[in-house]
Ligand binder design. Structure first.
Ligand code: 9D3
Length: 245
């Protein structure tokens, strides 16, 4: 899959892309990631990309011309707009979630546009075919970190990227639930012991325990994930958090 990112800060991506899974996915040739500096698409001799808002007010607005030019140049480099999902990172956007990550992972290519200002000139929204996506209701300084979150979550879903396909399978099986508790050696640590069932060798029992623990945690921390059916009776006695052995 091909990923293109238009940003004022391409170097913000370099660390994230040169480590771990994202690095290996590129080395394996499963993905290619192309960073484009918005400033390279200005005609202005001062390479200016923003300006003061008409009507007054705080902050600067991303001007339309650099964005239209960058969009046209990048789409041309990508061999045309067909099969390219075009996403602008914006606080006003549709909330990003795992379902949207799976949707993006089915595309041939993804073009991400990052802003780093109070806002985009409205003509960008009106004249270019981007869908707006937000990663949640908190204020960041720009779209770069959201774009990295999208790159990471989409790339790990691509076939061959995550070493053991069983982990993706287990993930889709347990979708909409929090994870069960994990333990590794030693069997006792600072007075806290590993639950007996996990070392029992009884795989049916282990499966049952994990399912029950995942449900308990989900009810405790994220009732919303269980949907309207899970909203009913609220059992507060089940709290296990912080308990020792
Ligand atoms: C005062 C109005 N603010 C909108 C909520 C202005 C504003 C704040 C932050 C305008 C741009 C930004 C920069 N943020 C993003 O570009 C952004 C973002 C975010 O801040 N949170 C979650 N997802 C995203 S996607 C892009």
């Amino acid at each position: 899959m091909r990923f293109d990112v238009i940003t004022l800060f391409p170097s913000m991506f370099e660390g994230a892309l040169s480590e771990s899974i994202l690095k290996i996915a590129q080395e394996k040739g499963l993905v290619s990631i192309h960073l484009h500096n918005l400033r390279d698409h200005t005609l202005d001799p001062h390479r200016k990309v923003d300006d003061r808002p008409f009507g007054g007010g705080p902050g600067m607005v991303l001007a339309p011309d650099p964005v239209f030019r960058a969009y046209e140049a990048v789409i041309e480099e990508m061999g045309g707009a067909v099969g390219v999902r075009k996403v602008v990172l914006s606080p006003q956007g549709r909330r990003y979630d795992q379902a949207l990550a799976r949707e993006f992972a089915r595309e041939k290519a993804l073009l991400l546009l990052c802003g780093h200002y109070e806002g985009f000139d409205e003509r960008i929204r009106l004249g270019l075919p981007f869908e707006e996506v937000s990663i949640g209701d908190y204020v960041l300084t720009g779209g770069e970190i959201p774009a990295m979150a999208i790159l990471d979550s989409v790339i790990r879903l691509l076939p061959g990227v995550v070493g053991d396909p069983a982990s993706l399978e287990e993930e889709s099986f347990s979708a909409g639930m929090l994870d069960y508790p994990h333990y590794t050696r030693p069997r006792e640590y600072r007075g806290m012991t590993v639950p007996e069932v996990l070392v029992s060798g009884d795989h049916a029992k282990i499966l049952e325990w994990r399912r029950e623990q995942a449900l308990r945690r989900t009810k405790e921390m994220r009732r919303d994930l269980l949907g309207p059916e899970g909203q009913g009776d609220r059992d507060t006695s089940a709290t296990q958090t912080g308990d020792r052995s």
